[in-house]
Design a protein around this ligand. Structure first.
Ligand code: NAP
Length: 343
């Protein structure tokens, strides 16, 4: 059949990393395309989302979902086009998205997949990059869990990343003061000049503790935590009475071997400042995505939510690109373009 490949190329989990990801963690392999069974579809993948949690899936931690097992294809969110279908729910030509694998094509029974019919004013990369994980995560974490009030001081870590960039802007929409922490002068300038953050701290060149004392002299109402470690500790030290600490991510610990990264040294402030600390996993909120998308799209169309996409070309570059998330080499939502959106 024309347009149907005879083989599928995928990244496989080849060797468990002891710390940072290395060149032997994932391996690109080609296997013959299986015959489609009734109920199955063949998807030509277009974009793959790279997410900080990908590293967690490669660990043997007792986690929020099953890890990827050694020898299995690497897991990731994709959007692609149905090129062959034996499932009436997903006809040939439909765009579909779901949690799948790092592959150029995928055969699936469609379980957990959604049909994507397009969003006016957004191209496929924007819709996929912002609305699949980052946007809903920023919204749920800040609005539902953080419950921001006008005048609140909100501190966001990994503030120039996919999630963090949106959090500060949503904080501004809710009338808060937003302080971002990021790892370069360029990222800090982007936060304050383009995104409307009130202030930014470069954690690589500045003393975060001292800068928080200067920038939030009355204390922090909401710490939106994406990083953990020393940066979380600095936030805990400066929390206000009744503050909320939203544990969205702890990226600085994901490459730590073993189960135990050091806990916060300033944990006592949970009592001293009567804090609420709450973690969440966005996958628990999938049923409410239409509601979050409506909010986010409204702000995106009004120009109140800006973002950058960092698109790496080619499935063969996916494993190398994932490392960028843990070195700060990504500038915006990291994703891989696997195939042509218009093919
Ligand atoms: N709870 C959920 O459901 C959920 C969903 C999505 C994401 N998340 C979390 O949100 C966070 C951001 O994820 P993302 O996928 O959007 O990635 P991202 O923020 O676009 O990229 C990760 C950024 O983290 C920063 N970083 C990496 N290692 C660091 C370290 N050791 N110390 C300080 N900063 C470091 C880097 O920025 P700098 O250049 O500023 O260092 C890097 O660009 C992650 O912690 C992730 O686990 C949680």
């Amino acid at each position: 059949m024309s347009g149907i490949p005879n083989a599928i190329k995928s990244w496989y989990f080849a060797e468990r990393p002891k710390g940072d990801l290395d060149d032997t963690t994932l391996a690109l392999r080609t296997v013959p395309l299986p015959e489609l069974a009734d109920g199955e579809i063949l998807v030509r993948n277009i974009y793959l989302s790279l997410d900080a949690t990908n590293r967690v899936w490669l660990s043997d931690w007792d986690s929020y979902m099953e890890p990827v097992r050694l020898g299995e294809p690497m897991r990731g969110f994709i959007i692609g086009e149905v090129v062959h279908s034996k499932n009436a729910q997903f006809p040939k030509g439909a765009l579909v998205s779901g949690l799948s694998s790092w592959s150029d094509y995928v055969v699936t029974n469609g379980e957990g997949f959604q049909t994507y019919t397009g969003i006016a004013g957004l191209d496929l990369a924007e819709a996929f990059g912002i609305l699949t994980v980052a946007g809903p995560t920023a919204y749920v974490g800040l609005v539902e869990i953080g419950q921001p009030k006008p005048g609140d001081t909100v501190v966001v870590t990994a503030a120039a990343g996919a999630v963090g960039a949106l959090v500060g802007q949503i904080a501004k929409i809710y009338g808060c003061r937003a302080i971002g922490i990021a790892g370069s002068a360029e990222k800090c300038a982007w936060l304050t000049r383009e995104l409307g953050y009130d202030a930014a701290i470069n954690y690589r060149t500045e003393d975060v503790d001292k800068r928080l004392a200067e920038l939030a002299p009355d204390g922090i109402d909401i710490q939106f935590e994406n990083v953990g470690g020393d940066i979380l500790d600095s936030g805990l030290k400066h929390m206000k009475n009744g503050g909320r600490v939203i544990i969205c991510g702890l990226i600085s610990t994901y490459n730590s071997p073993g189960e135990t990264a050091p806990g916060p040294k300033m944990f006592r402030n949970v009592i001293m400042r009567r804090l609420r600390i709450e973690g969440f996993v966005i996958l628990d909120y999938l049923a409410r995505y239409p509601e979050f998308h409506e909010k986010l799209l409204g702000w995106m169309r009004d120009g109140r939510l800006k973002y950058r996409l960092h698109v790496v070309d080619g499935l063969e570059n996916a494993a190398g690109a994932l490392k960028l998330l843990y070195t700060g080499g990504n500038h915006g939502k990291l994703m891989v373009k696997i195939g042509d959106p218009r093919a």
